[in-house]
Design a protein around this ligand. Structure first.
Ligand SMILES: *Cc1c(COP(=O)(O)O)cnc(C)c1O
Length: 387
């Protein structure tokens, strides 16, 4: 696919951006450039690349693909999702007010609290579904509002367009963590966000073999400024990780289709099972944010969670009986994973905060993979029979 090909559908960009772009040998798969430094063409004649911290051709290829998929002006690849978030946060002026969801990703919470403890930002945690609470924090001259939807692990959905409009009216920049859906299913920049943050570790790479992150900026000047900041602090992602992630991105759309179809089937089965007291999946008509998710997203995604009536003891027995699902943290890979948030991903929150957030002892969160639906359903049924 030539660089001149414009106006292409996202599926085509994911599958073919950079294919056959190699000028040396006409390689179909884009080459991996590991070199840390580049020869000057002559005195005062730098070429497109000079030093690997500043920019790298393999990383740039992935960055351009992600920027196109999110509808942004540019993207910056970082060493992790946390480094992507920190690329935005660490560039804020000292004491800047940052608004974040009270139920944001645990690592995000830890990073923001750590920066607050050092006096670098002033953090306002708020339930973004609560209009009055949002109005109160917006009156405090915020510099940045972070949005994360759907939430982890209860899959609550917030209205990106409405929140972004209010935040921007209050003078705040808006960053949306789009890790749980990927640009295949949600495009926050089109809904008014200034930045999209990704843990590329999850759906974008999709094979559980890379830790990486990305920031996509709507505005070209902001993209250039963030790129410069990434060079200053030296947090860019490695070329090999970018190469693997571009390889993973090729199949983003078909993976997502299969994963969310499997997730819907599992959610329906769980809804009808007597051992299950609640299922949290936005694709179910009974989910409180179903209508909003249907409007805002291009699909319901492949993350879900459910409560077992039998509590922690039942969760322990269920997990021990599974053969197809693997008991592990993280998400977004081709293989199905299951976690017990109260003792794993959300253990650091503490009992009280978990209770307030609605994360019970019998809650299990599933990242649904691309395996045969039949095998996933039968495996989950066997687990439920054991609990
Ligand atoms: C995993 C994750 C992150 C952090 O990404 P890392 O690549 O692990 O640093 C941030 N946000 C969400 C929603 C995540 O799931």
């Amino acid at each position: 696919m030539t660089e001149r090909a414009e106006g292409l559908r996202p599926e085509t960009i994911a599958a073919a951006h950079g294919v056959a772009s190699d000028v040396a040998f006409g390689a179909i798969a884009p080459p991996l450039y590991l070199s840390s430094t580049y020869e000057f063409a002559g005195f005062e004649q730098p070429r497109a690349y000079d030093y690997g911290r500043a920019a790298n051709p393999t990383r740039d290829l992935l960055a351009t693909a992600l920027a196109k998929l999110e509808g942004g002006a540019g993207a910056i690849l970082t060493a992790s999702g946390m480094a992507a978030l920190d690329l935005i946060v660490s560039r804020l002026p000292a004491g800047a007010v940052v608004i974040a969801p009270h139920d944001c990703y645990g690592g995000t919470m830890r990073l923001l609290k750590a920066r607050e403890q050092l006096g670098q930002v002033s953090l306002r945690l708020v339930d973004q579904r609560d209009g009055d609470a949002v109005a109160a924090v917006l009156s405090g001259a915020p510099a940045l509002m972070l949005i994360e939807t759907p939430s982890n692990p209860l899959l609550r959905v917030v209205d990106i367009a409405a929140l972004a409009a209010r935040a921007k009216a209050a003078g705040a920049a808006v960053a949306v963590d789009n890790t749980f859906l990927s640009p295949a299913l949600q495009r926050p920049l089109a809904l008014g966000a200034d930045y999209v943050i990704h843990s590329t570790t999850k759906y974008l790479n999709g094979h559980s073999d890379v830790i990486g992150g990305a920031v996509v900026a709507a505005d070209a000047e902001q993209a250039a400024s963030l790129s410069q900041w990434a060079n200053i602090v030296g947090c860019g992602g490695s070329p090999f990780d970018a190469w693997l992630t571009l390889r993973g991105l090729r199949t983003l759309f078909p993976r997502m289709r299969q994963q969310q179809a499997n997730a819907m089937a599992i959610a329906r089965m769980l809804s009808d099972h007597p051992a299950v007291s609640a299922v949290h999946y936005p694709g179910l008509e009974t989910h409180p944010d179903h209508a909003l998710a249907a409007r805002q997203q291009q699909g319901f995604g492949a993350m879900l969670s459910f409560d077992l009536a039998g509590g922690a003891a039942a969760a322990k027995r269920l997990v021990a009986a599974l053969r197809v699902f693997t008991f592990a943290e993280s998400l977004g890979g081709v293989e199905s994973l299951i976690v017990h948030p109260a003792t794993m991903t959300h253990a650091d929150m503490g009992d009280d905060a978990r209770r307030v957030a609605g994360i019970g002892e019998g809650l299990l969160r599933v990242s649904v993979g691309i395996e045969a639906e039949h095998d996933l359903i039968e495996d989950m049924k066997a687990g439920l029979a054991a609990c």
